[in-house]
Structures are given as C-alpha cells and as structure tokens.
Design a binder for this molecule. Structure first.
Ligand SMILES: NC(=O)c1ccc[n+]([C@@H]2O[C@H](COP(=O)([O-])OP(=O)(O)OC[C@H]3O[C@@H](n4cnc5c(N)ncnc54)[C@H](OP(=O)(O)O)[C@@H]3O)[C@@H](O)[C@H]2O)c1
Length: 319
C-alpha cells in the first residue's frame, strides 16, 4: 500500500504571496541518507518568506519551491526540533539535514518555538556580534513596533544600551512601552525626526530594516564614526548609491542571518540558540502571536498578513 499523500504549500511562479502560493497533496518525501523526516507542527509567516515568494532573490530561489524559513516539528522519536538552514516549513513533512535539526527545551511552547529563530537570533546576533557597543551607547531601532523591533528594544536595554524606538505613525507609538524614548519618522524625508535625535546628542548606532531614501536621512543622526546596520528593506528600496558619499565616516554593514548561520559551526549556532531560548523565557525575545491558520487555509493566512496589519506573528498549523 502506498503511503498517504501529505499536504504542502508550493510556489510555481513569483508574485504576491496571497495570490501565488498554492496547495498540493504529494507523496511523502523520501528520506535520503543524512536526512530526517520532520513532521512539521507550526510554522511562521515572516517578511523574508513574502519577499522570497515575490521573486526578490531569483538567483538563489529555484521554482517550484516550498516556502517557510521557520517552524517547529517532531522527529520519529517524538522529540521536537527546529529544522534550520533551508526553506520548506510550510508543509506537513519536511525532509531536513539531521545536522541542521536543533533540539528545543521542554518548557518552550510550540508557538514560541515556531518564532524562536528568525527574529530572536537576528536581533541577538546584531547586538552581541555585529555591534558590540559599550554600555550607555545610544541606538535607534526603526519599525520598532515590528516583531523584531520589540525584541531589539528589550535586548538593547538588557545589554545596557539606550534604545530609541522609531515608528512611522502616532498610533504605533502609542502601543510601545513608554520606558523608551520614541521618535516618529513619518516618511523617508522626515528631517524633523532626525533633528530631534541630533539635538538630543545624536546616536551611536542605527539598526535599519526599512532602507531606501529614509536610510540616508536617518544616517544624518549618527555621531561621527557611528555604526549603521541595514538588515531589511521594508520600503522595497535599496540603500541609495549616494549613501556612502553623504556619510563616508560611518561604519556601514549589512546583516543577514542566513549568511551568519551558514558560516557558523553547529556548536556556535546551538550556543546562540540557547542564549535566545533563555531570553524568550524571560520575555525579552518572546513573540506575540496574532493568529494561527491551518495549512489548508494558507491563502487566508497570507491575505490576513498582507491586508490586516496584524499586531503579532501569523502562524500556520501544519499537523
Ligand atoms: N537580515 C535578516 O537576517 C533579518 C532577519 C529577521 C528579520 N529581518 C527583517 O526585519 C524586518 C521586520 O521583520 P518582522 O518579522 O519583525 O516584521 P513584522 O513584525 O511583520 O513588522 C512589520 C513592521 O514593518 C513596518 N513597515 C512595513 N512596511 C514599512 C515601510 N514601507 N516603511 C516603514 N515601516 C514599514 C510596519 O509598520 P506599521 O505598523 O506602521 O505598518 C511594522 O512595524 C523585515 O524587513 C525583515 O526582513 C531581517
């Protein structure tokens, strides 16, 4: 008797996720030597998934593909793991390299496990590996009401930094903890926001996930020799070519979790994950969950993400 088919999301052409992610039933993947079958439980929908589906990285994304960079699943022995290092979380059974499956502490809920990697690891690595600022340094975090922005604020505070929260609208500012100074940068050319930062002493670092012309505007708030890390392009626009001409003095870098994990050893990844799990336990790197949709309703889940401005992560129940 042939095994029962499994459900999976699949992308056959690039475009807007809600329109081009399809569902199909397929034979369960054959487990190759060195691989394990991970029965996926919950997977997250992140901007990096939507951007990949849009076709922004055509050279490293071959069609068709199964999306989903983050999720939690179980192995045949019942143990829970994070299958990292490859896409494919949005399906019932993911074939994963055994060396890329990381165990999870028993106390971590499935919801927090499914959101314990992409944002918490990126935030923690940027602060502890890429920036390494001295205590008291002042760092601006834009899109501060995003999932990663909220973590960065708390992590920065934990590590003795002064975190300045930047959002683009008053109603988002009202949702933030008033313990942080809050600056509203309404558009890419908001000189008033930059002036506010400069007159209060300037900043030592910027963690920017918006990009475009706003990055250049925001860089004007940096003290001489300050650090600018670009880790996302929510505006859909690259860092302008004249950025470096305007601020040749600053230390500019990009941060990509994918690049960090693929040059790190398994022991280094496991060690950073342990630090992140401890931060989740203390509420520093935990994630608010807005909704959970069954995999069969992936299209509704994607519409919800793209149209509703959810205040938290949207998860997919794969089981
Ligand atoms: N480099 C890496 O390895 C890495 C890893 C993790 C995350 N990231 C990046 O981090 C960013 C946030 O991820 P997330 O999961 O935290 O997202 P999220 O929770 O979905 O948050 C969305 C946020 O983006 C803001 N936003 C959306 N479009 C914007 C625009 N055009 N201009 C300004 N703000 C905009 C929203 O502001 P409103 O509430 O005002 O709409 C909201 O604060 C993404 O760019 C993601 O790719 C990068």
């Amino acid at each position: 008797m042939s095994p029962a088919p499994v459900l999976r999301a699949i992308v056959r052409q690039f475009g807007i996720a809600a329109q081009c992610v399809e569902l199909e039933h397929a034979a369960p993947p054959i487990t190759e030597p060195g691989n394990v079958a991970v029965q996926m439980k919950l997977a997250a929908i992140n901007p990096s998934d939507l951007i990949t589906i849009s076709g922004a990285y055509p050279t490293r994304t071959r069609l068709p593909f199964i999306p989903g960079f983050e999720g939690v699943g179980t192995l045949a022995d019942g143990s829970r793991v994070l299958p990292l290092g490859s896409a494919g979380a949005w399906q019932q059974i993911k074939q994963s390299d055994a060396d890329w499956c990381f165990p999870l502490p028993a106390w971590l809920s499935d919801e927090q496990a499914a959101t314990s990697y992409v944002n918490p690891m990126t935030a923690w690595l940027m602060l502890t590996e890429a920036l390494r600022l001295p205590a008291g340094a002042r760092v601006v975090i834009n899109a501060a009401n995003s999932a990663i922005g909220l973590m960065l604020l708390k992590m920065a505070q934990q590590t003795g930094l002064e975190a300045v929260a930047m959002v683009r609208r008053q109603s988002a500012a009202e949702t933030l903890d008033t313990a942080y100074p809050i600056v509203i940068m309404r558009d890419a050319d908001d000189q008033q926001a930059v002036q506010q930062l400069r007159t209060s002493g300037g900043v030592d670092a910027v963690l920017d996930c918006i990009g475009g012309q706003g990055a250049l505007t925001l860089a004007q708030a940096l003290k001489p020799g300050g650090a600018f890390i670009s880790y996302g392009l929510l505006s859909g626009e690259a860092i302008p070519a004249d950025f470096w001409r305007h601020r040749p003095d600053i230390a500019f870098s990009y941060f990509h979790l994918r690049l960090w994990v693929h040059q790190a050893s398994r022991a280094q990844i496991a060690s950073k994950l342990d630090e992140v799990f401890a931060l989740i336990r203390r509420g520093v790197a935990s994630t608010a969950i807005a909704a959970i949709f069954p995999l069969a309703d992936i299209s509704e889940a994607l519409h919800f993400c793209q149209q509703q401005r959810p205040s938290g992560k949207v998860l997919i129940h794969c089981g």
